[in-house]
Design a protein around this ligand. Sequence first.
Ligand SMILES: Nc1ncnc2c1ncn2[C@@H]1O[C@@H]2COP(=O)(O)O[C@H]2[C@H]1O
Length: 932
Amino acid sequence: MEPKLVTRRSLSAVPIITVPPQYKVTKGTERSRRGSRVMFLDENGNEIVDEESKDPYQGHVKGFSKEGRLLPSSATLNLRRRSTSLDAARFTAWYNSRRNSSLRRDQFLQSFGKASIRYPNLNDEDIMETTAHVATRIDVSAFEAETLDGDVLDCRKRSQSAGPILHRPSSSIKSDLNAHKHVLEIRGTEYTGDLPDLADLTAKIRQQSAKRRIKRIMEADKEKAEQERLSREEEERRKTEALKNRRRTLKSATFAVMAMNVSAAGFNFKSFTEKKKWLAEKRSWTKQIAKSKFSWAIRVVMVLGRVLKALMSYSADMTPETAAQRSFRTLRDNSEVKEMLFNKSLYQRGKSQYAYVPSWAKKILDKPAMERSENELSQLHSMLKGLASYDKFTYRIQLAMCRAMTYTKVEHPRVILRKGHTGVSFYFIFSGSVFVNVEELLLKTGHVMWHTAITLQRGDSFGELALLRNIKRTASVVVREDAELLVVEKDVFSKTCPKIFDKELVDKIKFCKSLSLFRQWTDDALKNVCIEAQIQEWKANKIIVKDSSKEVEWINLCMQGKCSVIKALDLRAQLKLPRPRRATNEEYFPMGLIGRKRRTQSDTSKIWLRELEESLKTPYSFNDSNKVDEHRDENERNTWSESEYESSDDEKNGAEKILEAMDLPYKDQPHAKGDSSYILNEDDEDEEEEEEPKQTECAEILPAELEKRDNNIFEDFSELIKIESRAGKLNKDVVYLNIASMKSGDIFDVSQVLRPTGRKFMLVSKGAVMLRIKRDDFFRYSTKHTLRQARKAVQELDYPPEEIIYRSYNERCAWEKLKSTQLQSVMNTVQEKCIRHNISFTESTSEVKRPLTPARVDSACPSRLEKFDQYLSFVYGSHKVPEGGATSTSSVTKTCSALQNCATKEKNCTLSHQQDERKSVTFAFGTTEKSE
Ligand SMILES: Nc1ncnc2c1ncn2[C@@H]1O[C@@H]2COP(=O)(O)O[C@H]2[C@H]1O
C-alpha cells in the first residue's frame, strides 16, 4: 500500500504519520489540544471526516473507518498534524544540519521516518522514490523518537499491545531521554545510518533561533530608529516651514502697515535724506568725541605714570640707606662679594660660542688660501676666538692660520696620529673629543703598556711637538667622539708662525725698551712679559677700551698711530663725584698669578706665505722720538738691538718660544723631546680618571650676527653715542669730552694700571697699533724697585681730575653762550640798519626774510662771514662806507673787542693750572671735535 504524498502547500512541511493497523490511535494529544491540529487521513490521503459534524475527524482512532466501521486489520491510517511555523523552522534547521553531515540521503529520510516531506531543496520525485519503499517500514514510534524535542514520545511507555500515543513529553522525561537507543530499539538492526544527537540538535536549533530572533529584534530596532529619525526630520522641516511662513506673513503685514503709515503721513523724500545725513553726521561726531576722550584718558594716564615715576625716584633718593644696603654696598665696593655678583658679560660670551663648525665657515675653509678674502678671514677669526688653544697665539699668527687652515671631520674610532710617524699637521679640536695614547714603561713590572695620557676636547690642540721640534710623533691620537678638526699644515705651523712670533717679539721688546715704564727692567723679564703680550691693529673710531675701571686685565700701550682718551661726563652726577677706590696691594700686585698666550700659523699655498714673510721684514714703526724715556741711560738703551736680541737667544728658536707660549704641561717630558719613547711610571696600577668633556651647548651663529657681536665688543664710538642718545632723543646729561690724545709710546690710564682709582675712561682709536700687556705678567716680572720707578715716571701722566674736567666744561659752555649773545647783538644791529635804509638783503631767495642768527653764521663759517662782510660793504658802500671796510664799523669793532675779551678769558680759565698739553681738555660732541 502506497502512502499518498501530501502536496498541499499548507501541509508541505508537516510529517505524516502512518499508523500501522495493529495500533490504535488515541485522539487528543497535548499538542493538538494546544492548537496543533492532528488530522487523520485514510490510506488514500483523504481526510477522515466526522460523519455527523462533517468536520475533519480529530478524535482518537479506534480502528474505525470513516463510516464508523471497524477498519480491517490491514488498513492504514495516516495521521498527521497541522504544521506550525516553529515546526517548519525546526525541521529546516534539522535538515540542514543533517544534510551537511555524512549521512546518506536515503538514510536521512529513513532516520527522519517519513517520505512525505516536501522541502524546496529536496526533489519531489526523489522523495517519492525513497518513501515508496521505506514508508512501510517506518512506524510512528520511530518518527516520534526522532522528531523534534517537543514531539518526542516517551517510548518507555510503549508496549507491544498498546497503540501509539502522541503526546508531549514532560521536561523530566525529556531530560533523561536517550532517544537514539530507542530508535535502535524500535528499528532493530535494519537501521545502520548515523543517529542524530538530540541534545546537539536542540542546542543548534535554539542557538539559531535565538540568533534569528536577536537579528530580527535588531532589525526591528533599526527600522524603528530610522522611522523615528525620519519622522523627526519631517517634524522639523514642517516647523521651519511654518516659521518661514509666519515670518513671511509678518513681513508682508508689517510692510503693509508701514506702507499704510507712509501713505497716511505723506512721505517726504527731502526730509528723509536730510534726516539720514544728520544721522550720519551724528554718528561721526560721536566717534570723534569718543576718540578724543580716549586720547585724553591715555594722556592723563601717561602723565600720572610720569608723575608717579618721578615721585618714586624722588622717594628712592630721599629714603635713607638701610644698614643692610650700606653693608652690601661697602662689600661690593671692596670687591669682597665679587663672586656673588652675576657677570653678564661672561654669560653672553658663553652663549656666543659655536657647538659645531657652521656651514658658512666650512665653505670658507674649503677655499684655497689665496682666495679667502680679508672679510672671510676676520669671520673665521671671530668664530675661533674663544678656543683656548687658538687664543694663545698672537693676532698676526692667528690670521696666518685662518688663511691656511682646512676643515676635516673624523669619526670614532679612527686613529688620527700614530706614534713614530712623521708629523705633517697641527690640529685644533672644534668639536668632539680625542684620546692621546702614550706608551708607558711600568718600572715595577718592566712592562710597556699603552696608556691614555689625556682626553682632549673642544678648544684643545695637538700635534705641535713633532712639527716644532722636528721629531717623530710622540703619541697616538684616537678619536673618542666624532670630532671636527681644523688642520694647519707643517710648513705654516713650524716655519711661518715662529717667524711671525720672533718678529713680533723683537718689535714688542724694542718698543717696551723705549718706554719709561720698563726702564729698570731686565732683558729677561721684559722678554717674558713680551712673550705674552699681543699686538693689535685698530681702525679709526673703534672703541679699544670701553670702561677703564673694569677692563683692568690688560695694559694698553700705543705703538703706532693715535688714540683719544674720552671721558663720559654725567652732568647730573658731578655734584657727588665718586671717591677713588683704594685697592689692597695684594689685589693690584698679584705676584703669583699665571697667564699664558700662544701663537701659531699654517697654509698650503706658498705664494701668500712668501708675501707674508716679506711683510714681516717691515717693522712696526713706533715713534722713538716720542718716548717718555728721556732720563733713560743712553748706554743702556744702546745695548739693546734686534741683532743682539737674536744672537742672545740662540738656544731658543722661534718654535721653542711658541711652545713656551702654548704653555704645555708635558713639553719637558723626555718622550715629548724625542729622548725616550716611553713615559716612565712607577705605579703599577692604572689610575684612570677620565674627565668628561664639557660640550658647550650653543646655537649656530651666522656671519652677520657674528659681525654684530664683534661690533658690540669693539664698538664704534659714533655708534655708541647714537645708542646713548636714543634713550631720550638726545641725552643732554652726558657729554663726551676728549681729555687727552695718545700717540706712539703713550700708555693708557697708567695710574689705573699701577694703583686703580676706579675712574672711568674710554679709549677710542684714530687708527692705531696697540700693544696689550697682561697686567698679571707685568706685576709678576716687575720688582719693587722697578715698580717704584714706574710709579714715579707715570706720576705726570695722570689725567685731570673730574672736578677740573667739570669746571672746564662749564667755562666752555659759558664762553659759547657769551659768544652767541655777542654775535646775536651784532646781527640785530645790522638788521636794524637794513630796515632803516629799507634795503632788502638778497643773498638768496629762500633766505630773504630770515633773520641771521649766530647759529646760522657759525655753521656757515667762513663763507657766511664773508657774505656778512660783503653785506656790510654793500650797506655802507651805497651810503659812504667808512674807510677800512666792514671791520671798521663801530658795531663790528665792538663785537670784535668783545670776542677778543671772551677768547682771552677762555684761554685763561681753560686748565690754567695745567701746563702740560696732555691735560688740556677739548670737547667732543658726538664724533666731531670742535677745536677752539
Ligand atoms: N703626555 C702627553 N699629554 C698630552 N698630550 C700629549 C702628550 N704627549 C703627546 N701629546 C700630544 O700628542 C701629540 C702627538 O703628536 P706630536 O708628538 O706631534 O704632538 C703630541 C702632543 O700634542
